[in-house]
Design a protein around this ligand. Sequence first.
Ligand SMILES: [Mg+2]
Length: 405
Amino acid sequence: MTMNRKSFLTSFAGAIGAAALCDFSLPSLAEAQEKSRVPSKSTRIRDIEMFPYSLPMKEHFKIALGTEIGADNILVRLRTEDGVIGYGEASPYSPVTGETQQSDIAMGKSLEPFIRGKDAFSLARIVAEMESFTPGNGSIKAALETALWDVCGKVTGQPICHLLGAYRDSFETDLTVGIDTPQVMAEKARGVVQQGFKAVKIKVGEAPAPDIERIRAVREAVGPKIKLRIDANQGWSPSDCVHVLRAVAEQQLQLCEQPVVYWDWAGLRFIRESVGTPIMVDESVHIAHDAIVGIRENAMDMINIKLMKCGGILQAVRIAQVADAANIKCMLGCMDETRVGLTAAAHVVASQKNVEFADLDAFLFLATDPVIGGMEVRDGTVYMPQGPGLGLDVDPAFMAKLRAA
Ligand SMILES: [Mg+2]
């Protein structure tokens, strides 16, 4: 049916008349405000607690920056005046962010005055004040900010990704294989595929010749259909990288992550101009301004965003948005978080259209999974929790063993 302006206005008037007959009146602004008001709960933060803990890994994990044997993390627990609890997690990794568990506890104490007594819903202001107090220290800032989001979600009854604007409720993650002999890496990669993962990330960056053998062995083991990503963790020179990527040009790598030292934008640009494999930066981009530098330098195809590097969900979203404005796709990656920190990262993936890749696998390497609920991984797919806030609880048995710093 076509409708001209006159018939539209006639039917519009008719609809208003019908609404009046049925008493479909719009609520007044005052009524709407009354209905939307958070039910008489104080959302001011009363308690801030930080619990350091160490979790061993199931087996040693080697990357170009060193060998990891466990995670030394911090659980943050906030409590509002009305008893709403919010959780967040820091997983400091000094080679990338300059933080340790001890330094994060010390900085966390210094950041407490920006949070205690403040309304959790003034989150953006709290984050800005923490940023003014200190640059960097992304892991402890991310833990504190995550806990604020958890509170806001629980008070409103919404998952964090709904507060950010939901885009997807499930997505693919890869599983990473650490540096080892080509044979061992091929065997482990085959195991990853058998677990249902459609994407495998392998660590390289030791030296060009063995790295070429690793890539070839893993591709042969997983077959042509699996997405194969490599991450050199800054281990190569620009010419090393070009040599390797040309040697494995037939292996159909989906992307090559952080081939050279983080500050070498010219080297990244040289690599991009020399080979066809998409170049993803990780350690080169901590915050949104770094993304702008990479865009100006024409030195990257993709960005691996991590909450522990950037300092929290707001900054992660900012990086994704800056990247999107330059037609650059992003990944959400991780350090050694449990599913507390990983679920926070998953909420960013769930809310940002151009975050098309995820590497949220750290919990699979840890010997303990202290989370009830939270994101779940089945057959390589991450499923978002439906509960409010982060959508998880910390296992009471695990919590009972922790001592606040
Ligand atoms: Mg990386």
